[in-house]
Design a protein around this ligand. Sequence first.
Ligand code: F0G
Length: 356
Amino acid sequence: SRLRGRGVWRYSEAIAGNYKTVVSINEGGTPLIRSKTNENVYYKFEGANPTGSFKDRGMTVAISSAVNEGYKIVVAASTGNTAASAAAYSARAGLKIYLVLPKDKVAVGKLAQSILYGATILEVEGSFDVGMKAVMKLYREMGIVYPLNSFNPWRLEGQKTIAYEITEEIGVPDAVVVPVGNAGNIYAIWKGFTELRNAGLIDKVPRMIGVQAEGASPIARAIAQNLNTPEFTENPETIATAIRIGKPVNWKKALRAIRESQGTAIYVSDSEIVDAQRDLARIEGVGAEPASVASFAGHRKALKEGILSNSDKAVLILTGHALKDPDSMVRSGSRRITTNPDYLEKIILGDLNANS
Ligand code: F0G
């Protein structure tokens, strides 16, 4: 087939819709990094996108669609990454953007990005879900405002290219492990693989393994209890603020992706997330934000519980860059010594002696 563009737009023929104007900041085409400790494990490093998260893949398509349909005003509720991405693409497209954020619950890097790109920031009390509901209502009642949340299908069209990139590089893995918040991305990746299979280009779809934070885990609990409709959480709580979501808008799509792929969904505790972030950085040299490393923590847990084995080829989606949440990095702790420059040799020699 005819391939045009780069990154996400390399697959433009597979992206639904017709775009006279494409608003791109060269998103997609992210590194697939092989694990140092298990040759069957790969990290898809979405932190390498222009604003540092996978959201850019969907935003290029959604903003292109908004421009082609003639919208001038866009809006998004967000835990932070959608906000940063939407703000950047809106700036490039010359659109006016309003962001609805949970007050004091957005990591500082993401808030700073939204400020930098010139968005109007509306902070509301309560969780992301409160803002999400308000944006849905606004969109229904005020047709001139274009919504950039993942109930917008164009977002998912862009995000499904994660599946194409993985397949081109290593073929179809046995499992893809994905952090789940509003539950759009796990469906988008599954959709990408399913379309490849339906086109006869691959012979199977990987098991989709969703990972939530324990305090915000309606999807994982619905899978564990075999419910058709999740029990939603009124007050979600986790240090992984990106996935601090109690009522995922795409829950139905996510359950379908998980069940049809013979996958599952699990949750991990905040302390498992903290350990995962530190270990991924210090063992593999890969820095990802707390929500992102839910995939790493979840893979660990899946191995321990026998959901996956070491011989399963698994791709762990690292959804956002560590720089998004500087507080989480500092919390991981390090040896920091205030010293006189003349003491360097003494410190190193002291270490050598202590270790000999
Ligand atoms: N990882 C990161 C870093 C995220 O920012 C998000 C979602 C997810 C995972 C979960 O993806 O919602 O498709 O299941 N962040 C949204 C936001 C909610 O507003 O930035 P999902």
